[in-house]
Write a protein that binds this ligand. Structure first.
Ligand SMILES: Cc1cc2nc3c(=O)[nH]c(=O)nc-3n(C[C@H](O)[C@H](O)[C@H](O)COP(=O)(O)OP(=O)(O)OC[C@H]3O[C@@H](n4cnc5c(N)ncnc54)[C@H](O)[C@@H]3O)c2cc1C
Length: 468
């Protein structure tokens, strides 16, 4: 006989779990806060333009996930190439930062300093290796202080809002493209023709934005008899001992409740812990309280201009600009903008409740347009329309003690009989979408066939994820 599952959140993790369970003949209900599916991977459509919440590339090493998505997406999944640059000191540097563009764009004195610093650092690391605890340690011991001060330090501080010395080295080791500067140096003199192996230049992207993947997945779930309730906020998880009994959620003006045999939560871990009744132990709530997420404001601009640059995105490390990255949608796919037009998104990192978060859309637009005009990309007259999206839970902040906090809460989740918390928000894990899809698939396996929970918790904990 089929069992009943409630899944909180219709992002990649929740929908992937729902799909596998529905395919196995189980009854699934997905409860989603927003008015559309996809979570952070949703795409917003406006006047013929599609905007992701920051560009989302699909890349995976997992052939099972690759084949599943290709089967669902068919011809809608297209291979695209990436071209991205760093805009710094009035110049555009290639990304990942390479020695060639540093030499080309910066004075000889800087280059000599950076070269000596990099060489000494490389020798020191070889003969006296040391454990890297912080983001700063990790980068300085690989690139040298001069290059760290030029780009990595300022960009990270802008993105995270805290000094890189307070960020765990895990984030750097998983995310920074370790393009070997020596390798780039040799390449410059034409000694090797191989592509740098560390740089993911190609990726999959749907014709109608990243969100299309999850809209198609949701269609398949409903065609199998699954239910997806939008505009519904999970408020309370009622427990009887270590068993989940019932979920209470707000659906528009109505408060509703639903019983189920199993619960899969993908909502932010601190929210999950706070929603449990009877209330969990105070020490767990205190840990949850200290788990913060970096928020982003997305300024989406519809332009009366065919193309601004040929870059998919541009990194902006300098603090004088409010935004840290610029995405140009035509270069992601010409099918996501009306003919002859381009769309651009500026990403602005902030914390919920701070000055930037509280700024009006007009203030954000004005300040960002000043920056864009200063860089010389386009003018205010090119903007047909714009809108701003505020997203609270974007990046789990990998503070130096983040792993301990996660471990404490995961220990608690491990004690639950019929409930689990997974996904980027649910495990406070810097997942890419393929990790969340994998967690969803494996969670279905856990409930259907007894796959150990720990195998799910271990996803995306490896030292290196993929190169940016
Ligand atoms: C700016 C940015 C760029 C990114 N770029 C890439 C990329 O290029 N490639 C890549 O692979 N990954 C990228 N990612 C990561 C990717 O977005 C995530 O890995 C993925 O969305 C995680 O899926 P998830 O289902 O775990 O979480 P989410 O997508 O966050 O889904 C969680 C869902 O839970 C819902 N929810 C929250 N609270 C409640 C509640 N109380 N009740 C009901 N529902 C609730 C949310 O609305 C959301 O729909 C990027 C992320 C960001 C922020």
């Amino acid at each position: 006989m089929s069992q009943k599952y409630i899944i909180l959140g219709a992002g990649p993790a929740g929908l992937s779990a729902a799909l596998k369970l529905a395919e196995a003949g189980e009854k699934v209900t997905v409860i989603e806060l927003e008015n559309q599916v996809g979570g952070l991977c949703r795409s917003i459509r406006k006047n013929g333009y599609f905007f992701d919440l920051g560009g989302h590339r699909f890349i995976t090493k997992d052939q099972n996930i690759q084949h599943s998505l290709e089967e669902i997406m068919g011809d809608e999944f297209v291979v695209r190439s990436r071209k991205s640059v760093i805009r710094l000191k009035g110049n555009f540097f290639s990304y990942p930062l390479d020695i060639k563009s540093v030499i080309k764009n910066l004075p000889l004195s800087f280059n000599i300093k950076a070269f000596l610093d990099y060489s000494l650092t490389t020798i020191k690391r070889k003969f006296f290796p040391q454990e890297d605890k912080t983001f700063e340690d990790w980068v300085v011991s690989r690139f040298g202080k001069t290059l760290y001060d030029l780009y990595f330090g300022p960009y990270s501080e802008k993105l995270w809002g805290i000094p890189p010395s307070d960020i765990s080295a895990d984030w750097a080791s998983q995310r920074i493209s370790l393009i070997n500067l020596w390798d780039a140096f040799i390449r410059m003199f034409g000694k090797t023709k191989d592509e740098p192996k560390t740089y993911a230049r190609r990726f999959y992207y749907p014709r109608r934005g990243c969100g299309q993947v999850f809209e198609m997945l949701a269609d398949r779930i409903t065609s199998l008899g699954g239910e997806i309730i939008l505009n519904a906020k999970a408020k309370e998880i009622k427990m009887q001992g270590s068993s989940m009994e019932e979920i209470v959620f707000q659906n528009g003006k109505e408060e509703k409740s639903m019983k189920a045999d199993f619960l899969i939560s993908t909502i932010p871990l601190p929210d999950f812990m706070r929603s449990i009744t009877p209330t969990v132990e105070e020490n767990l709530l205190q840990v949850a309280k200290r788990m913060n997420y970096r928020s982003i404001k997305f300024l989406n601009l519809m332009l009366d201009k065919e193309q601004v640059t040929d870059n998919t995105w541009i990194y902006i490390p300098e603090s004088e600009y409010l935004f840290f990255r610029i995405q140009e949608w035509r270069n992601w796919s010409p099918t996501v903008v009306p003919e002859g037009k381009s769309g651009v998104t500026l990403e602005i990192a902030c914390n919920e409740g701070d000055e930037v978060w509280n700024a009006s859309d007009e203030e954000i637009f004005k300040k960002c347009l000043e920056g864009i005009e200063n860089i010389g990309l386009f003018k205010k007259e090119d903007v047909i329309d714009y809108f701003v999206l505020n997203v609270k839970h974007c990046y789990p902040i990998y503070t130096l003690d983040y792993a301990e906090k996660v471990e404490t809460l995961v220990k608690y989740i491990n004690t639950l009989d019929n409930a689990i918390s997974i996904g980027r928000q649910g495990l406070y894990r810097y997942n890419n979408m393929d990790h969340s899809i994998k967690m969803g698939f494996m969670t279905a396996e856990h409930f259907l066939n007894g796959l150990p929970k720990q195998e799910i918790f271990d996803i995306a904990t490896e030292k290196k994820i993929f190169d940016q």
